[in-house]
Design a protein around this ligand. Structure first.
Ligand code: ZN
Length: 294
């Protein structure tokens, strides 16, 4: 077991996700809230210009700019590509030890409650996620493999993860979700403090993980124009089982489209506003139970 020496909390990686923006600003003004005796904590605003303009991004999605090759590519000079390189210098300066744990704060228009998004299934993150699930029963844990997630800001650390809360509209604050996010960050910091002093007590040796399988696009015509919407039966049903024959889309002509996969899946990010431009209507996940090994 290695000691955690440093933690970075990042808000406003997407400038219109106000929970993270205002929570990070609160922490910056009151660093004692996120300080713990055994490690250093720094708080960072991901995309200052986008925050100022209350937009997700200026030129491109910052949270897709952290692929190792892109960070080394001097030809990439958009605002976010340059900002990603700055953030790398802050969190993982060359020839120095980088920050150990990154907590990146996001919000979603989907009904994802309090979700923890892991890009690694290592021992530390799984145990932390299990602990956070035990703190509050509306916490869910998702995992997407590094081939999907190596462009994310939190991929700068093997112990990085994102907190995603919703549903809340872009550019809007929701007090309940703000407080739940703050409590979750505090619980994560307390866990790390206990981990450093070897006082961890996990309440269960099992954890439920929703593992990313694939992203599903909206029904579109040959010109790529959207032809339908999330079916009312599916709206806000993130993390609920979807079986063959269940309704997923309603076209503008009133036709109902069903899920035709053979296996039960658990959709997340259903009708996420920021994903229309990415051609993603929802993501299918597989529900897994993982046994934690001591
Ligand atoms: Zn986000």
């Amino acid at each position: 077991m290695v000691k955690i020496n440093s933690v970075a909390i990042v808000g406003g990686t997407h400038g219109n996700e106000l929970t993270g923006v205002f929570l990070a600003q609160k922490f910056q003004r009151n660093l004692e809230l996120v300080s713990r005796p055994s490690f250093n904590t720094q708080v960072l605003l991901g995309n200052p210009l986008a925050i100022e303009q209350c937009r997700r991004y200026i030129d491109k999605d910052l949270n897709r700019c952290f692929k190792p090759n892109d960070l080394e590519n001097a030809a990439l000079t958009s605002y976010e590509e340059q900002r990603a390189k700055q953030i790398q210098q802050i969190l993982r300066p060359s020839n120095q030890l980088g920050v150990d744990v990154i907590i990146d704060l996001h919000s979603t228009t989907s009904n994802m409650g309090i979700s923890i998004l892991l890009s690694h299934k290592n021992h530390f993150l799984l145990n932390l996620a299990q602990y956070l699930s035990s703190v509050s029963d509306d916490v869910r844990v998702c995992y997407s493999s590094s081939s999907q997630s190596d462009s994310y800001l939190d991929s700068l650390s093997d112990l990085g993860f994102a907190i995603e809360v919703g549903p809340v509209a872009q550019g809007v604050l929701n007090a309940e979700l703000f407080q739940k996010t703050e409590r979750l960050v505090n619980a994560a910091l307390d866990y790390i403090e206990a981990y450093n002093s070897r006082q961890i007590v996990n309440t269960s040796n099992k954890i439920t993980i929703y593992q990313f399988i694939s992203a599903i696009d909206y029904p579109k015509n040959a010109h790529g124009e959207i032809q339908g919407m999330i079916h009312p039966n599916l709206q806000f049903k993130d993390y609920e089982p979807l079986n063959k024959g269940d309704l997923i889309f309603l076209t503008f002509a009133g036709e109902e489209i069903t899920y035709e996969g053979e296996f039960t899946v658990y959709p997340i990010f259903i009708n996420e506003a920021a994903y229309y431009e990415k051609g993603v209507a929802m993501c299918f996940t597989e529900k897994q139970e993982i046994v934690l090994i001591e």
